[in-house]
Design a protein around this ligand. Structure first.
Ligand SMILES: [Zn+2]
Length: 229
């Protein structure tokens, strides 16, 4: 799009901060005020953080972390809503790049590749993209490691997770993943990424499946941690 047309469109559809909705200049993703008040967890600096603990005794991980705390009605909820339901893929890349700068200075600097939690094809078609891939791309920019999307796929279509109990969620996702290219993953340090971690059931199923299939080290990171209410 040429610059003239872009600024003309800006008159009618001014760009909004993806976190609070305030009008911002075209090259920004969120406003300065939101950027200075993001609820970082700093979990990547604590080996016994609440996300990592979810995996203890369940699935073998080296480290796990989430960039932000997720609370209802918060700016983070708004950001993730933009990413998942409003087609705003830039939000995922922005957060990924931001978080990658932090992860680079922690145990996460060991990772060789980044794998977004795969979505079923039906869901990709509906949304047009995998929101975790957007986050992975941003991380990839900061960490200078490739995004790998071919080695593992999601084979069964799982229904919406929100109304199910932990056990039912587990049953639902435990057989959902299939490793297609073991060779690519063998002996690698693999960073698995998702948008929001709540119970960790999806990620646990993915790590379990991968660890049964290949010999590798697994790291987990998400945009946000929502806890269990
Ligand atoms: Zn804002």
């Amino acid at each position: 799009m040429n610059i003239w047309l872009n600024s003309l469109l800006g008159l009618f559809y001014p760009k909004q901060c993806a976190a609070c909705g305030l009008k911002i200049s075209e090259q920004l993703i969120i406003c300065i005020n939101c950027e200075q008040n993001l609820p970082f967890t700093d979990f990547h600096l604590q080996s016994d953080n609440v996300v990592a603990k979810q995996f203890w005794g369940r699935a073998p991980i080296e480290a796990a972390a989430a960039c932000f705390y997720f609370t209802k009605g918060s700016k983070i909820q708004h950001l993730i809503h933009q990413l998942k339901y409003k087609g705003n893929q830039q939000v995922g890349e922005f957060i990924g790049n931001l978080y990658g700068q932090k992860l680079k200075k922690s145990v996460f600097n060991k990772v060789d590749m980044i794998i977004p939690v795969p979505l079923h094809l039906k869901k990709i078609k509906k949304r047009g993209y995998n929101q975790s891939t957007c986050f992975a791309k941003g991380l990839s920019m900061a960490l200078q490691k490739p995004v790998e999307e071919q080695a593992v796929i999601r084979k069964s279509f799982t229904e919406t997770q929100t109304k199910k109990s932990r056990w039912n969620r587990w049953l639902n996702v435990s057989e959902a993943f299939e490793v297609i290219d073991k060779e690519k993953l063998q002996e690698k340090n693999i960073l698995l990424v998702d948008d929001v971690i709540t119970t960790g059931a999806t990620m646990e199923a993915l790590v379990s499946k991968l660890s049964q299939s290949v010999h590798a080290q697994f790291y987990v990171a998400s945009i946000a941690y929502a806890g269990i209410n």
